[in-house]
Design a protein around this ligand. Sequence first.
Ligand SMILES: O=C([S-])c1cc(C(=O)S)c[n+]([C@@H]2O[C@H](COP(=O)(O)O)[C@@H](O)[C@H]2O)c1
Ligand code: NI
Length: 406
Amino acid sequence: MTIWVDASAGASGDMLLGALIGAGVPLALLQDAVDAVSPEPVALRAEQVDRGGLLATRCHVEVADSSTHRTWRDVRDLLVAAGLDEQVRAAALAVFARLAAAEGAVHGHDADDVHLHEVGALDAIADVVGVCAGLAHLRDRVGGPVVVGTVAVGSGRVGAAHGSLPVPVPAVVALLRGAPSYAGPPGAAPAEMCTPTGAALLSTLGDAWGPQPALVLEDVGVGAGGRDPDTHANVVRVLAGPAVDAGPTRPPATDEELVLEANVDDLDPRLWPGVLEALMAAGAADAWLTPVLMKKGRPAHTLSVLVRPEHAAAVRGVVFRETSTIGLREHPVTKRALPREVVEVQVAGAPVRVKVSRHEGRAVTAQPEWEDVAAVARVAGRPARAVLAEARSQAWRLLEEDTAWS
Ligand SMILES: O=C([S-])c1cc(C(=O)S)c[n+]([C@@H]2O[C@H](COP(=O)(O)O)[C@@H](O)[C@H]2O)c1
Ligand code: NI
């Protein structure tokens, strides 16, 4: 399962909230998370609006007084004391920590003492906590990873607490280092399209940067920005659905591929599953870990990634961003892959896709898609191994005339 964020017209906290609501996240779930953190009343309200001819969800964050200035330390205390889901708390802390580090670097202050000005106000706290809660909900429902497309940052100048700032504003520049960004849609008038809060959310919660991965679209959310310019639809979109294994962005490898490798002995082991998932989302054909004993007798892992050359840059980006390695070995390899096709069978009245590989025209393997097997097992209340066995035997029945041993 994959979530793709289309930020090609920019992103801000309230635009992302609107997109998540549009993708089916209940408003009440976001409101509960905000209420858990905010010391004063903050109301979220959603309405359907027109943005450049598109129907979009505008999320209003209504606060009695949003002018309170807080340091990162104050915001952290609020988050730590809040009765929040642990996953949402950790995500919100990470987003604000990144925002504070960026502001600190830009202004030359210690991150802890950074005065968050506009971003410290209650509405921005609501934006961050709401988006973290909404994304966690969507991830629970459809799974990860979250891939973020090229971000429109805008151009021109904008008025802020420091006076007039160039766009992209300095905090956005710091937050989007290493990310694909551009000024904005052709012909767009100068404006701030990505705010520091939007950039902090995308760069912290995203697992990888890149174009839309192959996915079977299920949920779509279109989040509206405050302005409605004539030149383009001022929206951010969230697209979610099951990943497609053998889609056009990840074709079965035949000839030229690369294996990228690094020995890593200092990464928190809990991070590895997310790293492998992000590598696959970035276009890797496969990614795996091998336990090794490194120099100085250190237990470590060799990370290996098989990738076609056109996806190598994106995969290198994930390795350097998500792991602690500072170098990669690269070997060209020749791979021979059997031709594959997908057939569909029915188990307990639900479809299960089965990947069939052929050698010299004859079917030699029939492998049910694990995502489909798990979904049928969950819905039908059957053991996954029973669903797996039935899907496989049905596939072989379909292929009876066509196997290597018939
Ligand atoms: O107030 C501060 S310190 C501030 C810094 C910067 C820098 O880039 S540095 C930018 N801004 C502007 O504030 C508004 C609100 O941003 P949100 O992220 O809270 O939506 C926006 O126009 C920023 O460019 C403020
Ligand atoms: Ni600033």
